[in-house]
Design a protein around this ligand. Sequence first.
Ligand code: BGC
Length: 344
Amino acid sequence: MAIWGHTADGTAVPIYTLTSGQVEVRVMAYGAHLVSVRAPDRNGKMADVALGFDKLDDYLKVPNPYLGAIVGRYGNRIARGQFTLDGKTYQIPVNNGPNALHGGPKGFDRYVWQSQEVPGGVEFTHVSPDGDMGFPGTLTAHVKYTLTGNTLRIDYSATTDRDTVLNLTNHAYFNLNGDDQGTILNLKMQLDADKFTPVDAGLIPTGELAPVAGTPLDFRKPEIIGARIDDNNEQMKLAGGYDFNFVVNGTPGTLRPAATVVDPENGRKLTVETTQPGVQFYTGNFLDGTFTGRHGVQYTKHMGFCLETQHFPDSPNRPDFPSTELKPGHTFHSTTTFTFSVVK
Ligand code: BGC
């Protein structure tokens, strides 16, 4: 552990380095961010494969693109920032056009979490008070990062003292070429998803679960990410690239494959498994060069991809979607693993 810096109010921010085999991961207490991941290619050449900043100060800027952040209390969008729970309507301040995104303007990514070293990693804890960003109930959230072999595992858990809703995920942007090596359009990806949740112009789900078959969202077999990104497809045009929640095949609650991404040139491979019902595949469509990351590189469109394992967007308004409600006396659990290997 080291102190990486301080927030404006003087709070110290610990940063932790996890090493195992050839993978090295750094995580910090501010926003429980995944700061960096260094992984080898097929020749053993190491590179940073997750986008990030050199200094804590860059993470403190608002707004920022959530590079590696834990987003909450409700990751992704809630239509008009509104939902009804137990007959009462709640309003989350909107921060993405008419909608609330990633928990509203001051989400979990903007707090220094408590931290505790655990075998193989670190557990971060954040207590969000009743009424925080409009959400009901005091929510205690834990995010545990552990590294075993080449696998980074993130375990999420949470409890509440009143009925509430939650959706916790990690917003890491990966680039298997290396974080200073241009776009991710050359990477080959396979998604274990037969369906996705189509969206409207505000990227709010219409409620339908639509087949990916016959669309540029069909990654059931490995496909180059950039191959169909400019296709004349109504959904792709709305999102300006990929920015969709895919329904992960299999049974939510069981750890099962969600995605595999391979760099055909250098052999790096990322495998994602999750217990969550969905995964948001986002190709950094809104990265516009405003932010300069590590190695002095300006982050422009498509320089990273996110695989945000999650509950479906706007679930509090969609009784047909897997429920995001949490009640007192129950503990929310989810697990996602990111494994960094190589193909020969
Ligand atoms: C969303 C994007 C959004 C981005 C912000 C992603 O989770 O799907 O629409 O722009 O987060 O960084």
